[in-house]
Design a binder for this molecule. Structure first.
Ligand code: SF4
Length: 224
């Protein structure tokens, strides 16, 4: 596996399907193309963080527009007020990359850095983008806990351990909301349902579930 420089992320076109999709993505109703960044989206947050939260991919009209993960879409509108409530953010609002939001003891990114059609990256796209995830994770020298939002993020993160020979089978680490595993390098991984608008609207994910999970994550970070 090659390990790319994060400085090259914004110009990455290694996934032609995704680069072409982003280029032609029509803006949401009421917005113009000029409001959209339409580039790979890197992670952001506290470089001293003990907690790394990873989602699947940028939202087409959220992070792809604003350039910051979970900013300007339903998943972020649900999540950031709860990160504020649990002490992981300095404010509940996340509307643009220059809105003053600061993360505390937390870094946030996605396992795939470009918007995929139907929000479904291909296996090759997960694999191609994983080195960027590795690079981001490598910069977090105090890392204790990785929170994965949704099955796609969980599987992509666990594949990293598989590729490195640190675990033998993904099947030994089943995904379930709240499942936590201490991995061979001492880092905890905690599985969480995605905070997507669909999951929130159907009740699969609730405010209390997310708050409870992040409080447990803090305890793991403090005791880990
Ligand atoms: S998904 Fe990742 S590897 Fe693929 S083009 Fe975007 S940044 Fe590059």
């Amino acid at each position: 596996m090659s390990y790319p420089d994060l400085k090259d992320l914004a110009s990455c076109r290694r996934c032609k399907r995704l680069a072409d999709y982003i280029k032609d993505l029509p803006p949401a109703k009421g917005r113009t193309r000029g409001e959209y960044r339409n580039l790979p989206v890197s992670g952001f947050g506290d470089p001293e963080a003990r907690v790394f939260l990873v989602g699947l991919a940028p939202g087409a009209h959220g992070a792809n527009r604003t350039g910051r993960p979970f900013t300007g879409d339903g998943a972020g509108d649900f999540m950031y007020p709860l990160l504020f409530e649990t002490g992981f953010a300095n404010q509940p609002e996340a509307v643009s990359a220059d809105d003053g939001l600061e993360l505390r003891d937390l870094y946030i990114s996605n396992v795939v850095k470009c918007v995929p059609p139907q929000n479904k990256p291909l296996a090759a796209e997960f694999n191609r983008c994983r080195p960027y995830l590795v690079a981001e994770r490598g910069g977090l020298h105090n890392l204790k806990v990785v929170v994965t939002l949704g099955l796609g993020a969980f599987n992509s993160y666990m594949r990293l351990y598989l590729e490195q020979g640190q675990i033998k089978r993904l099947a030994d680490y089943p995904f379930a909301h709240g499942a936590s595993y201490r991995l061979p390098d001492g880092i905890w991984v905690v599985a969480c349902y995605h905070t997507s608008r669909y999951n929130v609207n159907t009740g699969r994910m609730t405010r209390q579930m997310f708050v409870d999970l992040m409080r447990r994550v803090r305890t793991l970070a403090e005791n880990g």
